[in-house]
Write a protein that binds this ligand. Structure first.
Ligand code: GDP
Ligand code: IMO
Ligand code: MG
Length: 419
């Protein structure tokens, strides 16, 4: 499986696309259209929200797993855009949907917005895609699932859930008209019914039985995990490796390699703690050079230096076996770069991610590292890697105790080196 080790947007989409030829199946296991996974090749750029990043590989099947929450309107829009670009997934038959995946209703989005508005300055900074309220209905045992679409009483079930939502919404104030969205929702569902719905647990286990290979594609990042992220500034799913087991129906004993992906620096969108954040010119420089603006919402991403304690935490939680370092090229022009190795926290020096990080701000302790001051974006061979970048890689491997196996030096598929 492949997962983000930071706060999302590490470049998961790009790398899944690069690795896809090696796999028979790519499977998304959690999250929903709060994700924005960017792929670039042959001068074209695609942003995928719900659809797995393996769709451009001819012989690879793609599954939206049971752990994912699906907004039919957004999914249809993604499919329409792909079709317009010459990739008709319905015709190709390379996408299947889990029957047990939950549906995001238009009223889930209204609930998301109402809840965030109510929180004022303390808001999560949600993408407002209805993710939290949909997972709440899932665990509250009220949710609607893709498989329910074929039930004769689907509309009544829908109406019952909407009634519950409207009751809650009335406590927040006036409810805006959502009839147009509702129409679009049902139109999109009619369209999606043409796709194959599967029991993802049987689907993936059959693949494994036949000796086929599967890559589970994570969304968001470890530090946004509902249990282990900087709660409550997190998303509502398990973004960690355990999430792939429940989100697809794969037993823990069947998990093989765990690719952990991280940027050569660090970013975060939305609220919550970010110890190495740079609220200065350097942060702005990282934002501009790395084009750190959200793929889904267009929001400016907060930027900072790499945080080794946070990465170590993520590696431990996920059981990472191989690391992938992204966006090294963004640091090309920096004379010096910095890595946080410890925090000063409560008068102590610590090298782990503390529980009460939201209330007591850890002060990062940085080590200065020489920059390579060279354009990396044209590099295609390992022997072209500048010595100072090799030293930075070795330095990180020493701290993280896991080998860095891939290096990304630009957004395009071809700007990827296997080390
Ligand atoms: P994801 O959510 O993890 O798939 O990542 P996003 O697509 O949201 O954000 C990553 C951004 O960085 C996208 O705009 C990618 O095109 C871009 N990107 C990926 N890898 C690299 C890289 O090595 N260098 C540069 N400069 N950009 C990259
Ligand atoms: P990908 O897959 C970065 C953040 C939001 C917010 C918090 C909760 O592209 O890496 P939610 O919409 O889930 O209620 O938002 O999580 N967030 C992401 N940040 N990348 C993502 O996905 C994100 N998905 C959610 O900004 O702070
Ligand atoms: Mg993203």
């Amino acid at each position: 499986m492949l997962l983000g080790l930071q706060w999302g947007d590490e470049g998961k989409g790009k790398i899944v696309d690069v690795l896809a030829p090696k796999y028979d199946l790519i499977a998304r296991f959690q999250g929903g259209p709060n994700a924005g996974h960017t792929l670039e090749f042959d001068g074209k750029k695609f942003v995928l929200n719900t659809i797995p990043s393996g769709i451009f590989e001819e012989n690879t099947m793609n599954l939206i797993g049971n752990g994912v929450v699906i907004d039919p309107i957004i999914l249809k829009r993604e499919l329409d855009n792909l079709k317009a670009a010459g990739h008709d997934l319905l015709a190709k038959g390379n996408l299947v949907l889990a029957k047990k995946a939950h549906l995001i209703l238009p009223t889930h989005q209204l609930l998301d917005a109402a809840s965030e508005k109510k929180m004022g300055d303390g808001k999560i900074g949600s993408t407002l895609k209805g993710i939290g309220p949909t997972y709440m209905d899932k665990t509250g045992r009220n949710g609607l699932r893709i498989g329910d679409l074929t039930l004769p009483d689907f509309k009544e079930r829908y109406a019952r859930l909407v009634e519950k939502h409207l009751n809650i919404l009335s406590h927040y104030g006036e409810v805006e008209d959502f009839s147009a969205k509702e129409q679009a929702f049902f139109d999109a569902l009619d369209y999606l019914k043409q796709f194959k719905f599967v029991d993802s647990e049987h689907f993936v286990n059959q693949y494994m039985k036949e000796g086929k290979t599967i890559l589970a594609e994570g969304a968001q990042g470890t530090l946004l995990d509902i249990d282990f992220g900087s709660y409550p500034f997190v998303t509502s799913s398990n973004t960690t490796s355990a999430g792939a087991c429940t989100g697809l129906g794969i037993a823990p004993t069947k998990i093989g390699e765990v690719f952990g992906i991280f940027k050569a620096y660090c970013t975060r969108v939305g609220g919550g703690p970010f110890p190495t954040e740079l609220e200065n010119e350097t942060g702005e420089q990282l934002r501009q050079l790395g084009r750190e603006f959200g793929a889904t919402t267009g929001r400016a991403r907060r930027c900072g230096w790499i945080d080794i304690p946070a990465l170590k935490y993520a590696i431990m939680l996920n059981g990472v076996t191989q690391l992938i370092m992204m966006k090294a090229d963004v640091l090309d022009t920096f004379e010096k770069i910095y890595a946080c190795t410890h925090y000063n926290y409560n008068g102590e020096t610590i090298d782990y991610f503390p529980y009460d990080i939201n209330t007591i701000k850890p002060e990062p302790v940085f080590e200065e590292i020489d920059g390579w001051n060279q354009d990396l974006t044209g590099i295609r061979e390992n022997n072209e890697i500048p010595e100072k970048l090799s030293s930075y890689i070795t330095y990180l491997e020493k701290h993280l105790e896991v080998p860095i196996k891939f290096l990304s030096v630009g957004p395009d598929r071809v700007q990827t080196l296997e080390l």
